[in-house]
Write a protein that binds this ligand. Structure first.
Ligand code: FAD
Length: 357
């Protein structure tokens, strides 16, 4: 009987595993199965542009690999039993697996703020971003958009939306001292200056206590909003939230040195669901995915895998279509601002779209 190697989620991590496995020989009794709800990979790092209306939906779809050794199931996964080795789908019979790679990405973390899940818009899935696009872009002139969370995705959304809709009032709310508070000061100053010049309001040290239609509440006052977008935190996919395994404080699954769940070496976890010593990113998911494929390949050959340390290449962000910023891109502790990091970011996206990334 053939052995099923099942990859859950065809995002940055899952596709890296899939492509790397398909690059070499696969034992004849092994079947590679990729499962995703979508018929393509969504380029999540650009969802802020989809929400702003500056890029077409079709431009953020990358076809899944096509290979006679790969089966693709388009299913909504609802739960997993890693001990019975079964995956449960919303609309179909369960699928069994011999080895499993969980790369289901993340969802919003609402920090217990009442109403946030119900009334705030999201950028965490292709489907939710399409709804966000509609809700923001159907606003009439001078309406107020509130972006909750001044991290990378909140900042990119605020800037892109400003370019897309100069008529809207846009504010970005953060509970820290400033936007991008974990980044170097030079970068923060540059982005803040851009926001001043482009009339994006920045509110800091604000902890929301409630989100309601048309209203955001904090300790002693409420402010009006016409559309709210939540970019204030993430947590692993709901399927992983319900897995009874050891996790870190952010809910990400703790793994051994081979990226396997300790005690369940037939289960690997990749990307935003995995407890890695880095902030969740597409880049980290891809790098880890390549290593998981190496471990699986070594197991086929009966060898001990040799994994090096994952090296990441720094981070890039955009402020609209013409300018941007980057950290550690051209060397450790370097900061880039202006046109150059924006051009590099466009190049990275181009490579991702053309499977060269
Ligand atoms: C606006 C924004 C900007 C970002 N910018 C950057 C950036 O500049 N650089 C960077 O490195 N990272 C960036 N990130 C983070 C990056 O997108 C994620 O870290 C990355 O996508 C994680 O990869 P992954 O493989 O874990 O999950 P994903 O790429 O999210 O893939 C998960 C896959 O699982 C599928 N899936 C999930 N649940 C189910 C289910 N129940 N049933 C079936 N299928 C399911 C999804 O359809 C998806 O295809 C950004 C994120 C956002 C939101």
């Amino acid at each position: 009987m053939s052995k099923n190697i099942v990859i859950l989620g065809g995002g940055y991590g899952g596709i890296a595993v899939t492509k790397q496995l398909l690059q070499g020989q696969i034992p004849e009794d092994n079947r590679i199965i990729l499962v995703d709800r979508m018929p393509f990979q969504g380029l999540k790092t650009e969802y802020y542009a989809l929400a702003s209306g500056t890029i077409a939906d079709a431009d953020l779809r990358v076809p899944f690999p096509s290979d006679p050794r790969l089966s693709i199931y388009y299913e909504e996964i609802i739960s997993l039993d890693i001990h019975k080795r079964l995956i449960y789908f919303r609309d179909n019979e369960p699928l069994d697996f011999d080895q499993l790679i969980i790369s289901l990405g993340c969802t919003d973390r609402y920090h217990g703020v009442p109403g946030a899940e119900l009334y705030a818009n999201s950028l965490q899935s292709f489907a939710s971003t399409r709804i966000t696009y509609q809700n923001i872009n159907n606003l009439s002139p001078y309406r107020q958009v509130s972006i909750v969370g001044g991290g990378l995705s909140g900042v990119e959304l605020a800037a892109e939306l400003r370019e897309s809709r100069p008529d809207l009032n846009i504010r970005i709310i953060d509970r820290g001292a400033s936007i991008l508070s974990t980044f170097p000061n030079k970068l923060i100053d540059y982005v803040q200056q851009w926001f001043y010049e482009h009339e994006v309001e920045m509110l800091s040290h604000i902890s929301l206590t409630r989100v309601e239609p048309g209203l955001l509440s904090m300790s002693e006052q409420s402010i009006h909003t016409d559309a709210t977008v939540w970019t204030a935190g993430i947590q692993p996919s709901r399927i992983v939230q319900h897995l009874d395994v050891d996790k870190d404080t952010q809910g990400r699954v703790l793994l051994n040195e081979w990226h396997q769940i300790p005690g369940s070496p037939h289960v690997y976890v990749v990307g935003d669901c995995a407890s890695l010593p880095y902030a969740p990113s597409g880049q980290a998911a891809e790098a880890q995915g390549l290593q998981v494929a190496e471990v699986i390949r070594a197991s086929w050959l009966g060898k001990q895998p040799k994994l090096g340390k994952i090296k990441l290449k720094g981070m890039l962000g955009s402020l609209g279509k013409k300018t941007g910023f980057g950290v550690d891109v051209i060397g450790k502790n370097t900061v880039l601002v202006g046109r150059v990091p924006r051009v590099i970011k466009s190049g990275v996206l181009w490579m991702a779209k053309h499977h060269l990334g």
